[in-house]
Design a binder for this molecule. Structure first.
Ligand SMILES: [Zn+2]
Length: 130
């Protein structure tokens, strides 16, 4: 029979996942504001740069902008992964390796809540042995 985490343990995971989702949602709100802010300030800057060439500044601005966008998409990917992890808690497949059906260690599940393979199977998978 496949091993499973106890209900109590699952609740601990759930709490930590939900907390992280909340943090990410807040972060994304901040990033969103920042992107909007940058958008308007770079608009003002480009007006100015017509007169005095501040190309370096403008470059930094769009770099910042791009960095924020990248961060946003990474955070939203992570958010989706956490959502998937919550679904797995609900359907009972959380923490179980879908290859050897062993229990994935707690530390790994805390780090990667949407993990579906134990480290051993993941390594084998990488080497193409599965
Ligand atoms: Zn495994």
């Amino acid at each position: 029979m496949a091993k499973k985490y106890s209900k109590t343990k699952l609740n601990v995971f759930k709490d930590s996942i939900e907390k992280r989702m909340e943090e990410i949602a807040n972060d994304m709100d901040d990033l969103h504001d920042e992107i909007l802010d940058n958008g308007s300030s770079s608009g003002a800057l480009s007006q100015e740069s017509v007169y005095s060439v501040h190309m370096a500044d403008a470059g930094t601005d769009s770099f910042e902008q791009e960095k924020n966008y990248n961060l946003m998409s990474r955070e939203s990917d992570y958010y989706k992964n956490l959502e998937i992890a919550l679904e797995r808690i609900d359907d009972g497949s959380f923490g179980m390796c879908n290859i050897c059906e062993d229990l994935i260690p707690e530390e790994r599940m805390m780090e990667v809540p949407n993990a579906t393979k134990c480290v051993k199977c993941k390594e084998k998978d990488k080497l193409g042995l599965i």
